[in-house]
Design a protein around this ligand. Structure first.
Ligand SMILES: O=C(O)CCC(=O)C(=O)O
Ligand SMILES: [Fe+2]
Length: 222
């Protein structure tokens, strides 16, 4: 019955290879139109349901350890995917297709994928960070997907990205979190931040990791 049957969601080959090319040359890449609109709507309504049911954690009120740990850098609430809905499974299937395309182009040996919903309240933000800390070779490529329709520039919440860990100049790009837009970043290379959102902001963030045995041989052939 769902409009996003798992097997119906396939990636457009050309758009995917353009995206992965830009990831390879630039360290990050943005694409619109790869996620089917019905899937984006389904994921947003799932996230709204989780919010209403009080099933997100770290909602910015300082009650749990996770929030105390990063409360200064992030004001948002999350929920890990458990693959329990058709929308999650369809998204994971698309992520798997992206993984194949990235591995083919960059030889990164991406292996598994973890991902969470993120809900930023009004005033929510995420300070500048790298998704993978130096020395911890875990997260190699980051994927962010945006879910909110009609996001305007006045709504804030831009994702600012820099081109290298030691780049403290002006951001390379400020990405407006439009519904259906996805962003890929090399997790160890691209610092990024989420500017304060002026309306509730809904996203998915996921990370591909390498498996243990290849974790010390990260060498994008470029
Ligand atoms: O919400 C976003 O745009 C980015 C989220 C992010 O950077 C993260 O979860 O690591
Ligand atoms: Fe991040």
């Amino acid at each position: 019955m769902s409009a996003f049957a798992e097997d119906a969601a396939t990636l457009d080959d050309e758009a995917t290879s353009r995206l992965v090319d830009r990831l390879a040359t630039q360290g990050f890449a943005v694409a619109d139109g790869l996620l089917p609109p019905a899937l984006v709507a389904g994921l947003l309504s799932e996230l709204h349901g989780l919010e209403q049911a009080g099933l997100l954690s770290g909602a910015g009120v300082g009650r749990d350890a996770g929030l105390r740990r990063d409360g200064d850098i992030r004001r948002a609430a999350i929920r890990w995917f458990d693959g329990g809905t058709a929308a999650e499974r369809a998204f994971l299937a698309l992520a798997d297709g992206l993984k194949t395309a990235i591995n083919r182009r960059l030889f990164l040996g991406l292996f598994d994928f973890e991902c969470n919903f993120i809900a930023y309240p009004v005033g929510g933000f995420y300070g500048r960070h790298l998704d993978s800390l130096a020395g911890a070779k875990n997260r190699v490529v980051s994927l962010v997907a945006y879910l909110d329709p009609d996001w305007s520039a006045e709504d804030g919440g831009f994702l600012r990205v820099w081109s290298a860990p030691d780049d403290h100049g002006a951001p390379a790009e400020a990405i407006q979190p439009m519904a259906g837009r996805i962003v890929l970043m090399l997790s160890e290379e691209i610092p990024h931040e989420v500017l304060p959102a002026h309306r509730p902001r809904h996203a998915i963030a996921g990370w591909w990791r390498v498996n243990g045995s290849s974790a010390n041989r990260l060498d994008p052939a470029r």
